[in-house]
Design a protein around this ligand. Structure first.
Ligand code: A2P
Length: 278
């Protein structure tokens, strides 16, 4: 069984460093796939209102072989639900769909800053945390300027910011900002939405360690202190992606992967221009 490190957040709560990303996992498949993930050692599941599988994730949690308190469950609010009152309602609806009493982490999915509602949304998140219906609160796809605005207008920093981050898009300046402000980063698309899996340099490192390319990439995230959310709907890959605690990347390996950073490495939409209310 995998022994996963826990990361301490700025609100004192802890989070397992590997989480299962479930974007594109069908609601009907979620219970069996998540049961397999839990059996493989995952204790952290990352869903969103927009993924359409909160009900299946909730069912998996309620039927899990481990107690609710041992699992860390995240959801994210749809951009169309932003605003104070609509956020209070949307968290109620998420908990109802999932059949759960609380979330471990609730995130604002995208800032959609041009719609001007993320600060009011954040005020609702702060109240939801005070009420105990969410243990930790955070954001996703926020630029440093958006986080600064939250801090200035509410005095409360997010516990995490979930960002696209992988060897082809390493976001070093952004990471420095988060480190200074004690905001943990969760890497989404940690395999570059699959693009980094064909990398020849990482293939060489993987061969030296007798591990797969995906395992080397996940190990790189872990050794950078990032919370990592590999996404797979395939049970064998789900198991493979957490079987990363029997080797270490050495300094030379990490330097070789660090050198793969690229200005064109981003694979998913830019937070500054993403304006869709979904
Ligand atoms: P699938 O879900 O069909 O198993 P990312 O986490 O960067 O978004 O990448 C997700 C993509 O990478 C998905 O297409 C997923 O496929 C694939 N993937 C996830 N883990 C592995 C793995 N261990 N080996 C090969 N492909 C993987």
């Amino acid at each position: 069984m995998a022994q996963q490190p826990l990361i301490e957040l700025n609100d004192g709560n802890t989070i397992p460093q590997i989480g299962l990303g479930v974007w594109r996992l069908e609601d009907a498949d979620a219970p069996s796939v998540i049961a397999e993930a839990i059996a493989a050692g995952y204790r952290h599941i990352d869903t969103a209102q927009a993924y359409g599988n909160e009900a299946g994730v909730g069912r998996a949690v309620r039927e899990a072989a481990v107690p609710r308190e041992e699992l860390f469950i995240t959801s994210k609010e749809r951009t169309s639900h932003q605003g104070y009152d609509s956020t209070m309602r949307s968290l109620d609806e998420s908990l109802e769909r999932m059949g759960l009493d609380y979330l471990d982490l609730f995130l604002i999915h995208w800032p959609v800053a041009m719609h001007g509602r993320f600060v009011d949304t954040w005020r609702a998140f702060i109240d939801l945390q005070k009420q105990g219906r969410v243990r930790s609160i955070g954001v996703s796809n926020f630029l440093p300027e958006h986080i600064e605005q939250l801090a200035e207008e509410t005095g409360v920093l997010p516990a995490v910011n979930q960002l696209e981050l992988h060897p082809y898009y390493q976001q070093r300046d952004v990471r420095d900002f988060h480190e200074r402000h004690h905001v943990a980063i969760q890497s989404y698309s940690p395999l570059g939405s699959g693009a980094v899996l064909a990398d020849a340099e990482i293939a060489g490192i993987a061969a030296e360690h007798g591990k797969s390319i995906a395992q080397v990439i996940i190990r790189w995230h872990l050794q950078q202190g990032l919370i990592v959310l590999p996404k797979s709907v395939t049970p064998s890959r789900i198991r493979e992606n957490i079987d990363v605690f029997d080797f270490d990347l050495n300094l030379d390996d990490v330097t070789r992967i660090d050198a793969l950073d690229s200005p064109d490495g981003k694979t998913l939409p830019e937070p500054a221009v993403m304006d869709t209310l979904f």
